[in-house]
Design a protein around this ligand. Structure first.
Ligand code: ADP
Length: 696
């Protein structure tokens, strides 16, 4: 068993052996290695450590490691050493020759008995490189943000290109930076340039197609970048055509990146070469570094974006221009429309004033009433009649203006007008001041473009005077007729007695005269009777006494009464009666029928037929008298129902008519709420029809 002292020396011996074996390896290690004792003094170092501390191995022995550290780091390192733990960190070493170095260290405590291993790696260069790279990156970012900002701020392509060349020239410290635009025909031109004052400018210089052949263009379009460190160096293969050019402009080195035009709407993904971003070095050849290449490429991309933007702007400007032109046109036509409208309004106002002047001067009520029965126009006569100003009436309802006495009488006709019918009627109105007036009222519906009734025009004229005259005239006729009838009847009787010959025989000539006198007297009596009949009906003296009667009976009675006259004229009278109950005054219907039959017989040539027929409708019976006579012209069909109207003025003489028969017929039928009318087919005859309501 060896003694402890023997044991210790054996250990030391073993350790020294290990150390000797490791020595060459540690010596040649790229990193610095130092062993320090518990006090922090250096007890062993390798060659790299000597370089790092700037002292020889001997000079370093027993020197405190902390003496190479700053005061602050010295304290923290001493603490780390005391903790006895492995450590990794960074320190700033100040070597003996006063050079400061950034080092990365790792401390492994007690690697040998009471000695600690310190591994040091000089990272100063790495840090400096990183700082330089960071600086470059910051510069690049600054440049990008500056150029990008300019692109955003400016939509002017020229300004953007100018900024790019100026900034690239500044950052790359190049002698000349330019933008060369390639045209469709292969020629090109320098359109923007930043050049140092010592060198000639090539701005606006145009190049023929040969300088930049299509094959080159295609290569650049595909993204080719050329970095020529020395134009004289044949390995760079400068095109022959460019040799003269580079010499002329003293170019020694050049860097070329393409600017491609991106078509956002292009179907193919093939981009078109728009131009080149070129940097020249004229002072000496230059080796272009990766960063410079990258910078140029990224700026060329920015220009591409600016180009697309400019193109878009151009398109936008075109659109704006077209839209502006369109808007201006719309504006012009609107202006015209406004002017036209103003003119129309002025014309309307003028014509409305004229209309108002004219209507105000008229003694009739003129108004326009809307579909809600409210006044929208009325003339001054309303003021005179109703004591209400046009302004007060405007917008008022008809019921409000006419009051409870008049409005209910007018209401059915107003409703008819608003349903689209032209209405004309006579009425008696009592005004608010108690005055009674006979009026003639006409309503004319007003329709819009869609034919919908929007209201009606109302014309009301005072016919009180005319009515009074008519009454006086009727009374006069009535009095005269009455006064004439009695002596005429006596005269007629006397003539009849004379004709019997009881009072003496007359010569042939005398008898002829007597016959004429008898005939004329008879016609006069008939005329007076007709006049009196009509006057009685019109004045309302006649009371129609309606009873249930059979239409067939009336037809038979009328035919029988006319049979003698028919035979006298050699005309056949045919009836086709049909039993239908009607609600009528039999005497008056008979009077109308006999009148129509007598006309038909009178106006039929000998040998012809007259028919009296009946037809039952839904709510009425139609009586028809048809003949095969001379017929009536179309324009006379309505007129013959007026007083004393005859188709031929000689009819009264030839046929013994008075021209009042049809007028009386119409009055009778109207009193029965029926209608009467004539139809005719000249040379084929006429049909006279009238309706009488059936008994419900
Ligand atoms: P008149 O007493 O003259 O017949 P009316 O009023 O009955 O009076 O008839 C008026 C006129 O109508 C007649 O004068 C005649 O010209 C014409 N008229 C009436 N009925 C007929 C008919 N059936 N055929 C042809 N003309 C007729």
């Amino acid at each position: 068993m060896p003694k402890p002292s023997q044991q210790l020396s054996a250990k030391t011996h073993q350790r020294q052996n290990q150390k000797r074996q490791l020595q060459p390896l540690l010596e040649n290690l790229h990193d610095a290695i130092a062993l320090i004792n518990n006090q922090g003094n250096l007890i062993d170092v390798n060659k790299r450590a000597c370089q790092l501390f700037g002292l020889s191995r001997r000079a370093l022995m027993k020197r405190s490691f902390s003496s190479f550290l700053t005061a602050f780091e010295r304290e923290s390192f001493a603490q780390s050493l005391r903790s006895g733990q492995s450590l990794i960190g960074e320190l700033c070493l100040c070597s003996a020759d006063r050079v400061q170095r950034e080092v990365e260290y790792s401390l492994t405590p007690n690697i040998l008995l009471d000695s600690h291993l310190l591994l040091l790696r000089d990272i100063s260069q790495r840090k400096a490189d990183m700082a330089a790279e960071l600086r470059r990156q910051r510069q690049r970012i600054e440049l990008f943000s500056e150029v990008t900002l300019k692109i955003r701020q400016s939509l002017q392509l020229k300004e953007i290109l100018h900024t790019t060349v100026t900034e690239v020239q500044r950052i790359l410290q190049a002698d000349r930076v330019l933008i060369y635009q390639v045209f469709a025909n292969g020629t090109g031109k320098t359109i923007s340039e930043a050049v140092l004052p010592d060198y000639p400018t090539i701005l606006d210089l145009e190049f023929p197609e040969e300088v930049f052949p299509e094959t080159y263009q295609q290569l650049y379009a595909q993204g080719r970048v050329r970095a020529i460190a020395d134009v004289q160096d044949s390995t760079f293969g400068l095109a022959d055509c460019l040799v003269e050019f580079v010499e002329q402009f003293q170019i020694k080195a050049k860097l070329i990146v393409p600017i491609v035009q991106v078509h956002p709407q292009a179907l193919s993904d093939q981009n078109q070469l728009w131009g080149l971003l070129i940097a020249h070095q004229c002072s000496s050849p230059r080796h272009w570094v990766e960063f410079e290449l990258e910078l140029m490429q990224q700026l060329a991309d920015q220009i591409s974006i600016a180009l697309a933007q400019a193109q878009f702007l151009e398109h936008l400007e075109e659109v704006v221009e077209t839209r502006t032109a369109e808007l201006q046109e719309v504006n012009r036509s609107l202006q015209q429309e406004i002017t036209d409208r103003k003119q129309i309004e002025a014309a309307l106002q003028q014509s409305e004033e004229q209309l108002r002047l004219i209507t105000n001067a008229m003694p009739v009520l003129i108004a326009y009433v809307d579909d809600q029965q409210r006044y929208r126009f009325n003339n001054k006569a309303y003021d005179d009649w109703l004591g209400q100003s046009p302004d007060a009436i405007y917008g008022s309802h008809l019921a409000q203006v006419w009051g409870v006495d008049c409005y209910p009488q007018m209401q059915p006709q107003i409703e008819a007008a608003l349903s689209g019918q032209v209405v004309a009627y006579e009425n008696e109105i009592v005004l608010k001041n108690g005055n009674r007036r006979s009026v003639d009222i006409t309503y004319i519906p007003h329709r819009d473009d869609q034919q919908l009734v929007k209201g009606f025009f109302a014309l009301t004229s005072d016919i009180s005077d005319r009515k009074a005259i008519e009454r006086m005239k009727d009374e006069f006729i009535s009095v005269v007729s009455h006064e004439l009838r009695t002596p005429l009847t006596s005269l007629h009787s006397a003539l009849k007695i004379l004709a019997t010959g009881r009072l003496g025989t007359l010569s042939n000539e005398g008898q002829q005269m007597l016959a004429i006198a008898d005939d004329s007297t008879e016609r006069l009596v008939r005329l007076i009777n007709s006049v009196l009949d009509l006057q009685r009906i019109e004045s309302g003296q006649v009371i129609i006494d309606r009873q249930i009667c059979d239409a067939a009976n009336l037809a038979i009675q009328a035919a029988e009464a006319m049979q003698a006259l028919a035979q006298q004229h050699g005309v056949s009278l045919v009836t086709q009666p049909q039993s239908v109950s009607i609600w009528a005054d039999a005497d008056y219907i008979l009077q109308a029928l006999t009148n129509l039959l007598s006309n038909a017989i009178k106006f039929s040539p000998q040998g012809k037929t007259v028919w009296l027929t009946l037809e039952q409708g839904q709510s009425e019976v139609i009586f028809r008298v048809r003949d095969e006579g001379q017929g009536i012209p179309a324009d006379q069909l309505e007129r013959i129902f007026e007083r004393f109207q005859q188709v031929d003025s000689s009819d009264s003489r030839k046929k013994g008519g008075t021209g009042l028969g049809l007028t009386i017929c119409r009055k009778i039928i109207e009193q029965h709420n029926g209608r009467i009318w004539a139809e005719s087919f000249p040379k084929y005859g006429s049909i006279f029809s009238f309706t009488v309501p059936v008994l419900e």
